[in-house]
Ligand binder design. Structure first.
Ligand code: GLU
Length: 352
């Protein structure tokens, strides 16, 4: 009896040791783009700071513990506040990530990023990264020089998530504030609070605590490797703009976007993607000219459904399903690299 207990303890220790050793051998590449996580302010007790100031090496030096979790390397891709994130940087990031995995330079990737447009970058990469390996975005709400800066702990947690074999095949994720979110449904909900990222319809997919991640939900939409979108030869994306509905809204924005050459427009409607008569007419004029218009909603949760309050066949529109407007724009830009057929675009909004 005592002997078998001893054996069991040995087995448990061996398994624990092997899992830890495996994780430590995991090669995690950190791609830095800037943001508050690399932000520096004049005084620790003040909120004012400049985003994207600190280089990747300084970020890594602030969290020596990450080197115990995995083999870490860093690369500076950009040094910007994420309000300046662009299609150019998205394409550069996506191509570099696909190259890193193709050349087997790393087993997982962590991207440091400003929080403002982090959800957009996450979803863009989710649609175009052609590998099942973990890609985790992370940021901070307080600059690196602030008291109780959240960046170092968030970065540590992101490496925990990236290095965990359970994180493979889950699509691109975002790790912040001890929670893990899927790229498709996460959104920034608070302009200043540490607790800002939420998935308003579904909640986080996992929780991080004590340097471990536990998952609770699996992704159901198709991952980047199964989408038709290939950015390898692209240097730009079709123009898609976003218009916004409010009481008595004037259709000038839609008309101007069409004039400016937009190939697609995301219309952020009220409620179930609805609009007033003036905007209905402007949308109808746009779709008649071949512009693909997607109806999204300005409500923070829910989805936009086909043919309920609005007759999409009559108006010539596509619905965003549960994608918010800024993510619907990303899917529409990528969809338009393949087709401008409304039915095919609609199908993509229900698949990806
Ligand atoms: N606007 C900056 C950015 O998105 C700071 C916000 C942040 O990183 O939290 O990079």
């Amino acid at each position: 009896m005592k002997r078998s207990l001893f054996k069991l303890v040995l087995i448990v220790l061996a398994v624990g040791f092997t899992v830890t050793a495996l994780a430590q051998n995991t090669r995690v590449k950190i791609l830095a783009t800037g943001g508050t996580i690399a932000g520096a302010g004049a005084a620790a007790e003040r909120a004012a700071y400049t985003a994207g100031k600190l280089p990747i090496d300084e970020l890594l030096n602030a969290v020596p513990q990450i080197h115990k979790l995995a083999k870490i390397t860093g690369e500076q891709v950009a040094s910007i506040g994420s309000q300046d994130m662009s299609i150019e940087v998205w394409l550069k990031l996506a191509k570099r990530i696909n190259e890193i995995f193709a050349k087997n330079e790393a087993d997982a990737i962590v991207i440091t990023h400003g929080t403002d447009t982090q959800e957009e970058t996450a979803y863009f990469l989710d649609l175009v990264v052609k590998y099942n390996k973990p890609v985790v975005l992370v940021g901070a709400m307080r600059p690196a020089t602030a008291i109780s800066a959240d960046g170092p702990k968030n970065l540590l947690d992101a490496v925990v998530v990236a290095a965990d074999p359970k994180s493979q095949g889950r699509g691109v994720m975002l790790a912040m504030n001890e929670r893990v979110f899927d790229a498709r449904s996460v959104t920034k909900t608070n302009s200043t609070s540490l607790e800002t990222f939420l998935s308003t319809n579904f909640g986080p997919v996992g929780l991080i605590y004590d340097q471990k991640v536990q998952y609770y939900y699996n992704p159901v939409r198709k991952p980047g490797k199964d989408t038709p979108y290939d950015v390898s030869g692209l240097t730009s994306l079709p123009r898609v703009d976003i218009a916004y509905m409010y009481a008595d809204a004037d259709p000038t924005a839609i008309e101007a976007f069409v004039k400016a050459g937009a190939k697609g427009i995301v219309f952020t409607g009220v409620g179930n993607g609805n609009m007033n008569k003036k905007n209905y007419d402007a949308i109808k004029a746009a779709t008649s000219k071949g512009v693909v218009v997607v109806r999204a909603t300005r409500t923070p949760g829910g989805r936009v459904t086909l043919h309920d309050e609005v007759d999409d066949d009559a108006l010539g529109t596509v619905v965003s399903d549960d994608l918010n407007a800024q993510k619907a724009r990303i899917l529409l830009m990528l969809a338009l690299t393949k087709t401008s057929d409304k039915a095919k675009v609609q199908d993509m909004f229900f698949q990806y």
